[in-house]
Design a protein around this ligand. Structure first.
Ligand SMILES: *Cc1c(COP(=O)(O)O)cnc(C)c1O
Length: 394
């Protein structure tokens, strides 16, 4: 169908979108209304961990849709229990609460920390977060985020989120007082431009928070579920946080998120937390398929080796074109361009003929790569060849 035949005007404006309509996808490829195909290195914003329309996910969706879609979160269902069991088996956490989006999981983490503070720390409620962090688009998670400008768009903010600097332990220490209940961070800042917290910083944070009896919360909505080459990014630094949130990759594209905690932190009482769709079997069945595939023997090794391959190739490209190198973990990486040409590259790459490539400039001076975790090295080579031809045309 022609772009103009779609009732696009009925959609509320939220951002500028290109004049194409996506219709279907498979693996690393997505197709638009003109039948043009694109090599997808965005994957729904690091969401489609297994690429478009993964067979295992389709099978889980189809078979669960015929069995039970939603008995209400006031009852147990088989799929929520199975997925929770899988997550506690593969992490340092004991308890799981399912949510529908990363922001909602983070809201849950904030509530859980505040509840714990009320119970055990004399009403302490402040959560130290970081400049350039991103935790979601609800009022509280926007307040927790360190995105420039977000303190004023929907002012007044939710209070209680003082900001420190990533990888600067003194900046965290300075903010700790009697009202502090937790420190919350992304082990790898995703929207901020793929900036990893160093292993040393994560260890210092764990020590500091233990020393002050405050909680350490990791927002692994983007860095978790295999993206960093380990099932969870906190595992890269050999520490155990108290609370973790998951989103994006856990559902492989469907709306699913999770809040996990150590047993002694799980202090919600009856009625404190909930939500109509939370833990519904349709989505948790898909999550079970995704996490089972990510934890199958050899899968994460494959992510690490393809991440290393992408890293090497990006460094080569950087050297060749006089860029500023690359950074990231696993298959969440950024190419540092050294100048503000990111958005121009993204546009040209998408408009290429006959095939396009979907890239993202998380910041104007870098490109972020978040392909499917089962992307092939051939597809990585294809993306790089297409990127080179875009760079040639600038
Ligand atoms: C995307 C993201 C969120 C928000 O997730 P939504 O599902 O869009 O609400 C929160 N934290 C991080 C680190 C993210 O990357």
């Amino acid at each position: 169908m022609n772009f103009n035949e779609y009732p696009i005007d009925s959609l509320m404006y939220i951002t500028n979108r290109p004049e194409i309509v996506f219709t279907h996808g498979k693996g690393s490829w997505i197709y638009d209304n003109n039948g043009k195909r694109y090599l997808d290195f965005i994957q729904g914003w690091a969401v489609n961990s297994l690429g478009h329309c993964n067979d295992g996910m389709i099978e889980a969706l189809n078979s669960q849709a015929k069995l039970l879609i939603n008995p209400s979160p006031a009852f147990y269902n088989e799929q929520m229990a199975k997925l929770a069991g899988l997550l506690t088996q593969h992490s340092c956490f004991d308890k799981v609460f399912f949510a529908n989006s990363g922001a909602e999981a983070n809201e849950g983490a904030i509530k859980l920390a505040r509840k714990w503070g009320r119970k055990f720390k004399d009403g302490a409620f402040e959560i130290i977060t970081f400049d350039h962090s991103f935790h979601g688009r609800t009022l509280a998670t926007m307040s927790a985020s360190g995105k420039p400008g977000w303190d004023t768009i929907y002012a007044p903010q939710v209070p209680g989120f003082p900001k420190a600097e990533l990888n600067d332990i003194a900046s965290v220490e300075r903010l700790i007082n009697a009202k502090t209940v937790a420190v919350m961070l992304e082990p790898i800042q995703g929207e901020g431009g793929v900036i990893p917290a160093t292993r040393e910083f994560m260890q210092q944070l764990r020590e500091l928070t233990k020393q002050h009896n405050i909680l350490l919360i990791v927002d692994e909505v983007q860095s978790g579920c295999g993206r960093a080459g380990t099932l969870f990014a906190y595992q890269l630094s050999g520490i155990e946080p108290d609370i973790m949130t998951l989103g994006k990759g856990i559902g492989g594209g469907v709306p699913l998120a999770a809040l996990l905690s150590k047993a002694e932190i799980a202090v919600f009482e009856a009625g404190d937390q909930g939500g109509t769709y939370n833990g519904n079997p349709l989505m948790t069945a898909v999550g079970y398929s995704v996490i089972s595939q990510l934890t199958a023997p050899g899968f994460l090794e494959g992510v690490r080796s393809r991440g290393e391959y992408l890293r090497t190739k990006l460094l080569e490209l950087s050297e060749e074109r006089g860029f500023k190198g690359e950074r990231g973990e696993g298959l969440l990486r950024a190419l540092l361009l050294g100048k503000d040409i990111g958005n121009q590259i993204v546009e040209k790459a998408r408009e290429m003929q006959p095939d396009g490539v979907l890239l993202n400039a998380a910041r104007p001076n870098l490109l972020r790569f978040m392909p499917a975790l089962n992307v092939t090295t051939e597809e990585i080579d294809q993306m790089l060849a297409m990127l080179r031809s875009v760079l040639d045309s600038l």
